[in-house]
Design a binder for this molecule. Sequence first.
Ligand SMILES: Cc1ncc(COP(=O)(O)O)c(C=O)c1O
Length: 404
Amino acid sequence: MTFHSKNAITFYKEFTRQESIPESGIKRVVELLESGRLHRYNTAVGEVSDVALLEKEYADYVGVRYCVGLSSCGSAIYVALKSVGVLPGDKVLCNSFTLAPVPGAIENAGALPVFLEITDGYLTDLNDLEYKAAHSGAKYLLLSHMRGHIVDMDIVTDICNRYGIILIEDSAHTMGCRWDGKFTGTFGKVGCFSTQTYKHINSGEGGLLVTDDDDIIAKAILYSGSYMLYHQHISKPPSEVFERHKKLIPNSSLRMSNLVAALIRPQLVALDQQCLRWNERYNLLEVELEDVPHIFIPKRPEKEGYVGSSFQFSLTDTDLVSTELFVKTCTERGVVIKWFGNKEPIGYTSTWESWEYIKEYQPLPNTRKVLDFMCDFRISLTFSLEDCKTIAAIIRQVAVEIFP
Ligand SMILES: Cc1ncc(COP(=O)(O)O)c(C=O)c1O
């Protein structure tokens, strides 16, 4: 069934359309193509590669000692798990509300995810974290700041410290975001970031791993596939640290190429400005939607320095059939809403219930209830503020039609 209305407002811009790469990035890529020096270790005498420069610049941006570039954030998470010492059979606490590459990285490391419930505000349930930190036997927490929602990091670090749990942050959705003024990705042992097309910096694919720890960065560089060329990095610990690990760490061939780094570097310079533009759009949508009946938008914590590159809200006092109709009708009118309530995985969207390679099913009743009624859409910077008003008007109109 679909919902037809004579006065239906429709939106025609594509939710998948991104802004173009800055001119300087395009120019640098052309120079690299002309030189043929695309591999990060293929440098001319005295030259520092684009990837090495990016690593130093990104470490400086987030205020940590070290960074290594990787082929994706999923690779960065895998390398992070291996570098902090996760062994086959180890348990790793992790979000249930996350994307498939996260449990995928845990599986690649031979470890077992222990999923955590989420709250009505789409955040990791800290009571569940406390309980499972105490009782699951896990010694690692892989925390996704999913869709840019940042849980109270003061409490998370306190729990990790009390139970001796090593924290790895999956900041794929929170590049440029802070908790109480401190960048996400810098609270635990390791932070992982994505520059995949739909993230805050777009290089098609790409990942960045940051840490302050000498041994972890040496291992991560070796895992990334540095061969014995790690001295070409500039974001690196002293040589003796590599000496300790160089014959023990396999080369996983997950390097970043110079082309990718050349795309990222000019976008990093513009990142804070872009984040402000996202928030202009997010805040406008929030104001336009906050009084719509049957729509609940969780209040964001005061300490959360979010970047609103996507928008989530929950439908209230309704059922699954009406929710599905709402999502479908919005999408038909051009507002492409993703819905984690679908029983089958679709496109990028799947839930812990469909990751059947994880042998033991873990029931998470609150997460299921929240995801059943949560609507999620991307905010593209190709949308003007007027576009955002149109999107909100469509959502309001569909809500009024379906929930009269
Ligand atoms: C929450 C989250 N973590 C990790 C990843 C993995 O990022 P990548 O696509 O760069 O591997 C994604 C991918 O979209 C994601 O959404």
